[in-house]
Design a protein around this ligand. Structure first.
Ligand code: SF4
Ligand code: SF4
Length: 441
């Protein structure tokens, strides 16, 4: 078989969730477990669930290819217990040689990679280190599905699956060409966004508010949610950084509840959101070593939406710090010799998924399961961003006026960490710069 690492790079496979880490970089030797993160702990999202229901064969083929390539004996598909049962899978069921279903509890944020690895293996990945340091390689469900398609058909990544849900009459799980404008996705599915609502790219806890008339669907897009502005999940996203810092500096009573419930702190990480809040009071409190711990935050939002009785959002304050640290390329990286132990309190402090939905104010919008549309949505135009992944932007190789067919390469990988981009639709190139290629059908 052609080198799998090269195949994944050549076909543009990146994490279909999160920041879009190029998948070829994960294929290292030394792992004993391949873990598929099918937990989907964000409320209202059912993309992984739908793929497990309809595309399990491709997922398992992708897993076997990775396991053979990296000499991994055990492959686990981690799914919430109630969802796996609904799909007809039992805990420990073997789907192919060495590939098993693994039930995980229905708690939040079980889909956080570091929490999931601990739950499944009992190992804590040290802050700033990669899962491979604990002999684990993790991919999400759709990424593994894409790997399955590359291995079988040489199919490059030109579309993504996403859940369209929230305050809508009917929720969908659909296949969308990359670069399709969000407004066109909504229009095609006859979904209206009232002035009282916003569109969120991702889940209600960790997703970001987007402008449907400007923003497009990218490789990591796993959900589009239409939600009212006045629910807690959205209110906290609409608050400005200044408001967050003002509240943090004025009303925090230093009760430490945010730290007590922080899932990363409960894994033994030296992340203490109450101290981050204290740091907003004066420069004297803002010890650089303390600020660096911001990079350990997974952005779950528990510290603010659930823990804080003063309506402060430590997560938003930490997000600002993280932005500054990222610009300056500063990251907390633990000494490889350091060990981290989960707190014995952890299992009693995990948040039930039902409770979390209530806290966010989204329980009444949960539509399970969504209507699955297998056929890819038709786009009149796509605006393909050159950056849909961590690393260097892809470099356009087409010019205005070129005719391209679906799956043709339109941008090559740059030097270093990068992947190419492919035409998501057949059509004519109408615009090219170093950030975007526009194709009209
Ligand atoms: S929970 Fe709220 S009030 Fe308590 S320490 Fe944290 S930020 Fe301050
Ligand atoms: S968002 Fe808050 S609770 Fe979640 S990991 Fe970050 S600091 Fe901890």
């Amino acid at each position: 078989m052609t080198d799998l690492k090269q195949l994944l790079k050549d076909n543009g496979v990146v994490g279909a969730g999160g920041a879009g880490f190029p998948s070829y970089c994960k294929l290292a030797e030394g792992a004993d477990t391949l873990l598929i993160n099918a937990v989907e702990c964000e409320p209202l999202l059912y993309t992984s669930y739908t793929l497990l229901q309809n595309r399990i064969r491709d997922i398992v083929i992708g897993m076997r290819a990775v396991m053979e390539y990296a000499h991994i004996e055990r492959g686990l598909i981690a799914v919430k217990d109630y969802r796996a049962a609904k799909l007809g899978y039992s805990d420990g069921q073997e789907l192919a040689k060495g590939v098993f279903i693994k039930y995980v509890p229905n708690v939040y944020p079980m889909g956080d990679e570091i929490n999931l690895i601990y739950t499944v293996t009992g190992r804590v990945v040290a802050p700033g280190q990669l899962p491979i340091t604990q002999k684990v390689i993790v991919f999400n469900t759709e990424t593994m599905h894409n790997i399955g398609l590359v291995v079988q058909y040489g199919q490059p990544v030109t579309k993504t699956y996403l859940t369209l849900g929230g305050d809508v009459p009917e929720a969908f799980c659909v296949k969308v060409p990359l670069g399709m404008k969000i407004s066109e996705v909504l229009e095609t599915l006859h979904v209206k966004v009232p002035d009282t609502h916003v569109v969120i790219d991702g889940g209600p806890s960790m997703g970001n508010i987007v402008n449907p008339n400007v923003d497009v669907v990218k490789k990591p897009t796993s959900g589009l949610l239409i939600l009212p502005k006045d629910i807690p999940a959205v209110r906290s996203k609409l608050r400005t950084a200044e408001e967050n810092f003002r509240m943090a500096a004025s009303v925090c009573c230093q009760c430490t509840r945010c730290t007590d419930l922080c899932p990363r702190h409960l894994l033994g990480y030296p992340l203490e959101p109450h101290k981050m809040i204290r740091s907003t009071l004066s420069a004297a409190q803002a010890d650089p070593e303390l600020i660096k711990t911001a990079t350990m935050c997974c952005g779950c939002g528990i510290c603010g939406l659930l823990a804080c009785c003063q309506d402060i959002s430590p997560m938003q304050v930490i997000k600002e710090y993280k932005g500054i640290l990222a610009k300056n390329r500063i990251k907390y990286v633990a000494n490889p010799a350091d060990t981290f132990e989960a707190s014995p309190e952890r299992e009693y402090r995990m948040i039930s998924a039902g409770k979390w939905k209530e806290v966010l104010g989204v329980a009444k919008y949960d539509k399970f399961p969504p209507t699955y549309i297998e056929e890819k949505l038709k786009a009149k135009e796509v605006q393909v961003p050159m950056v849909q992944h961590i690393g260097a932007p892809a470099i356009p190789i087409v010019k205005v006026g070129d005719e391209v067919k679906e799956n043709d390469m339109i941008a090559k990988a740059a030097e270093g960490l990068s992947v190419p981009n492919f035409a998501p639709i057949t059509g004519r190139v109408t615009y090219v710069d170093d950030k975007t290629i526009v194709i009209r059908a």
